[in-house]
Ligand binder design. Structure first.
Ligand SMILES: NC(=O)c1ccc[n+]([C@@H]2O[C@H](COP(=O)([O-])OP(=O)(O)OC[C@H]3O[C@@H](n4cnc5c(N)ncnc54)[C@H](OP(=O)(O)O)[C@@H]3O)[C@@H](O)[C@H]2O)c1
Length: 313
């Protein structure tokens, strides 16, 4: 898929989130990233906040694949909005690369930078300010394209008022239970590619940790894959439920970034059937606006912002 920046982004990418336990973000991550690259994935999605940037860089170097042939995405964390150029350089140093193919604002939310020990509280930048800094990064060649993540129509409208360069991508939670049709149409009309995270409807974080550890992401389970419509279609096409769900995204021309630590499942997610129109329609009918990965906590907040502020309701 071609981003509005002119950079080609493979429509099936690979997610690199990992839990912050043991060697999950280091040795283990390098291992499963290496196997994904061997299978053929050429689009890797990481973030400063995931702590896997070094593993991504090492896995790519060890794969022997030319850097030019892999689309590498990383993200600016909320607490770095006031220091975009420095944060991008830290990301590049972690990866050991000279440039990113796509640099995303991870959340349309600015948080205080903890490394600033002057004790003087500073006003937090708006997303428009942060975007301006990201546009400046484009000039340096350290990223080939810039985009956003977790942006609703409301947030995009606010951002688009001042941009010189439009976001090339918006990476959001999307799966059959959260089809986000209005957001998809809004982005499409403005030539902003949509990338689905938690594309299978099962967030890695929910699976790996009990809800008590991560109160923000609570009850999400494997509900989408167990939906009778998905299960029936999996039998019809002789594939797995996850393959049906990922194929549905491709039918909508949405980029997917599934993550699996398992070689067999990585292969599954990379080999998808083409769905018939009537089956796509059945999956379209499952939408219920249900967030599974990032949703408001018991105080109604998502990373400190209300669903109203984020434009989610
Ligand atoms: N921008 C953001 O704010 C944001 C938020 C969340 C995620 N992301 C990105 O999106 C990527 C993917 O999202 P995600 O990890 O939440 O969801 P996902 O890729 O839809 O699902 C991952 C979970 O499903 C399992 N899985 C994967 N393929 C499977 C298959 N074929 N059959 C059965 N189980 C399978 C994985 O376990 P195994 O490893 O055991 O296979 C893992 O627990 C992340 O890695 C990250 O890069 C971005």
């Amino acid at each position: 898929m071609m981003a509005n920046s002119g950079t080609a982004c493979p429509i099936i990418g690979f997610g690199a989130w990992a839990p912050d336990v043991g060697e999950e973000r280091t040795t283990r991550a390098k291992q499963w990233l290496g196997s994904a690259l061997k299978i053929g994935y050429r689009h890797i999605d990481t973030a400063y906040a995931y702590g896997t940037e070094k593993a991504v860089g090492d896995a790519i170097r060890e794969s022997g694949i030319e850097r030019e042939n892999i689309f590498v995405v990383s993200k600016l964390p909320p607490h770095h909005h006031g220091r975009v150029a420095e944060s991008l350089q830290e990301t590049l140093d972690n990866l050991g690369f000279e440039w990113l193919d796509m640099y995303l604002m991870h959340w349309p939310i600015a948080a205080p930078y903890e490394g600033d020990d002057t004790g003087t509280p500073k006003a937090l930048p708006t997303i428009n300010d942060t975007w301006e800094q990201m546009e400046q990064c484009l000039q340096t060649g350290k990223c080939k394209a810039i985009g956003v993540s977790n942006c609703s129509i409301k947030m995009l409208e606010q951002l688009l008022k001042t941009v010189k360069v439009k976001p090339a991508q918006n990476q959001v939670e999307m799966h059959p239970y959260l089809a986000q049709n209005d957001l998809l149409a809004f982005c499409r009309e403005r030539d902003i590619a949509v990338v689905a995270y938690t594309p299978s409807g099962m967030c890695s974080r929910v699976k790996k940790h009990p809800p008590t550890i991560l109160s923000l992401r609570t009850t999400g389970t494997n509900v989408v894959r167990n939906d009778p419509v998905i299960v029936e279609l999996a039998a019809k096409y002789n594939v797995t439920p996850t393959q049906i769900i990922l194929a549905w995204h491709l039918s909508r021309e949405v980029v997917v970034i599934p993550k699996s630590t398992n070689e067999g499942r990585q292969k599954e997610n990379f080999n998808l059937p083409t769905l018939k129109a009537e089956d796509i329609k059945k999956i379209d009918g499952l939408d219920r606006g249900q967030r599974i990965c990032n949703k408001p906590d018991e105080n109604g907040l998502v990373w400190g912002m209300s669903a109203e502020q984020l434009g989610w309701v």
